[in-house]
Ligand binder design. Sequence first.
Ligand code: UN1
Length: 499
Amino acid sequence: MAILGTKTYKNFIGGEWVEAASGETFESTNPANGDTIGAFPKSGPEDVDRAVEAAKTAFEEWRFVPAPKRGEMLFRFAQLIQENKADLADLMSHEMGKVLAEAGGDVQEAIDMCLYMGGEGRRLFGQTTPSELREKFNMSVRMPIGVVGVITPWNFPIAIPSWKIAPALVAGNTVVFKPATDTPALGERFVELLAEAGVPAGVVNIVHGGGGAVGKRLVGHPDVPVITLTGSRETGVQVLKDAADNLKHVHLELGGKNAVIVMDDADLSLATEGIIWSAFGTTGQRCTAASRVIVHRDVYGALQSKLVAAAEKMRLGPGWEEDTDVGPLINRSALDKVHSYTGIGRDEGATLLTGGEIASGNGLGDGNFYRPTIFADVEPDMRIAQEEIFGPTSALIPVDSIDEAIRVANGVKYGLSSSIFTRDVNRAFRAMRDLDTGITYINAGTIGAEVHLPFGGTKDTGNGHREAGQAALDVFTEWKSIYVDYSGKLQKAQIDVAE
Ligand code: UN1
């Protein structure tokens, strides 16, 4: 596909492609070599207000479109994403940096989510219940809420918008979408395909720009009753505060400090594969990435050598080259942050086994490449074992028992994903019950959630909501309870007690 570089893109508001009110633009660049992907409108509050107005107007018609018809548009959208899968994956490998196979997975996740949520158009189940009175009928139905503000990260630039926009639309809401400033071209393609799928003007609007100008106005706008954000804990806390005055529904999917536990009875080769995939897949830039490995002391040495050997075999390079294992980090500040944690780990007294350096040579110096990094002898309370690094850095922590392993795994502020490698069914069930995370894997790494189960975490990972599966609908609908009295007389609940 052609990566145009010089093209200037626009916002999509009320079905029209328009420039930012300021006329200013910002550039999106390729993290593997610094090339320009394109220029995008640097929008501000005025642009957000226009988009919200368009979405508000469109809501008055969209909410009456029968839900199965709204679902059919998502089926068409899924079909269009499928037809454009190779191009989208290629663009993603250039704009975001992930390797082609993973970029294809990101796109596939959006296809799966749209098919799943398209089906919700024929379900959106509520409940019917008996009444405590005669000749009275009770039911609950899901109602759309209005304009949803969607703020997405750059690490899953096609999948995560679909997790939010597909359920929002099928439930009858309209959307103002602010994609990450590191991946605006992918956000733009997403909306272009939605429009092509027949979603009416104003139902989905895109406003490009930064969190300070665009995100903040969206979160503060009185006509945007729902905000869904995937981002850092700090941003999440700020969004929650900014949305408080308007008592908005706020869905937050924030950080992780996910652990893989490896017990002494584990299949160590399988565990190695699972850890390498979870720690270094997407260059460690997943909320679900395994940044801690908690290992039974009896297999600590053996696992350590296998992990180091596997990490050192990984080839760094641009995501679009077929033999690349690890792509670049998203930008220079991410590279600096990841590298700073190597210094922090060293200063804390952990042993650097491999990596720990910015990669150069063979053209890597033009991009944000970092060598897969493994620390050993990590204490559970060290910063490298507590803080989200969001890069290819993992910390090995030795333990002596399943109890200690679970205690250490739970001893962080986040609670997104966890995993245990064991062949002992009792230990596996203990882990399923006691690991305090929203997702637990048995004999698999910490990444790879599927779209039809709830996705999200406990503790500081969020505020109790979930994406994906039916749980997502709770974010984008209000329950309405309806009582129909067909007795023809006034019946008083709790007072007239039917015989
Ligand atoms: C994220 O990193 O925010 O389970 C999402 C996984 C992917 C989604 C990750 N399906 O790792």
